[in-house]
Design a protein around this ligand. Structure first.
Ligand code: ZN
Length: 246
């Protein structure tokens, strides 16, 4: 009798383990973006490990470009820029309009690291456009920016750490222009005025800022400091536990 119940207990435990194993397998199949070992796929929703997987593309220019290719993002690979000291890049692309991306950049000539390009695509598809549709019933046609590559230290100081801009690993976003012509700028709309639709614009800016934090390692907005009162700084700095999101 005792031997039988021991055998039964073993069977019950095996059944429980099998059920747990199956549940994990089913979860990994249904939500690959929330599992650390699945490869990054830009067609999947942004998940818990998406930002880390983009960071893992550092040093894998070919693999990163293959992701953009599969997703239908149009770009031109930029030649290596070997600038003095801590500046330059060997993994940058110039984003081109069209293809899978409906948003144009102004100025059009924006060259960023492939990791920034990857995060921008996810941000546009899964954060910016849904937020614009929900709040304004219109798509974003154009994103105005202050540029990417700039061989300088942080805040343009003479000493201290170099900015991610020195390796084209950052982009400064200034404004969003909707298909219906409305324009939402960080400098003009971060603080809601009393005008009609102003609260929506301020809420939209916070929503796209917060959404950027799930794909970029650093996101700095007017909440961070006065130097960012007129733009969002988005970068893919490699940091152990993720950079600031404010
Ligand atoms: Zn910046």
């Amino acid at each position: 009798m005792r031997a039988l119940s021991a055998g039964l207990r073993t069977l019950v435990w095996l059944a429980v383990l099998a059920a747990i194993g199956f549940a994990l397998y089913a979860f990994a199949r249904s939500r690959p973006q929330d599992v650390p070992w699945t490869p990054l796929d830009l067609s999947q929703p942004v998940g818990m490990f998406t930002r880390g997987k983009i960071g893992d593309l550092r040093g894998d220019f070919a693999g990163c470009r293959a992701l953009l290719d599969r997703a239908g993002v149009r770009y031109t690979a930029l030649p290596v820029r070997d600038a003095a000291g801590q500046c330059g890049y060997d993994d940058a692309v110039r984003l081109r309009g069209g293809g899978a991306r409906s948003i144009a950049y102004a100025p059009a000539d924006v060259g960023v690291t492939c990791r920034v390009a990857t995060a921008l695509a996810l941000w546009e598809w899964q954060v910016v456009q849904p937020a614009a549709q929900a709040r304004f019933g219109s798509e974003v046609d154009r994103i105005e920016h202050f540029g990417s590559y700039n061989c300088r230290r942080m805040y343009g100081r003479d000493s201290g750490a170099f900015s991610e801009h020195a390796t084209a690993n950052a982009l400064d976003i200034a404004a969003f222009v909707l298909a219906d012509g409305r324009r939402i700028s960080v400098v003009g709309d971060w603080t809601a005025g009393s005008g009609r639709g102003d609260a929506d614009k301020a809420a939209f800016l916070r929503e796209v800022r917060d959404g950027a934090c799930s794909v970029f390692s650093t996101v700095l907005s007017p909440d961070y400091n006065a130097a960012h009162r007129d733009h969002f700084h988005l970068d893919q700095a490699s940091r152990g536990t993720g950079g600031a999101c404010r």
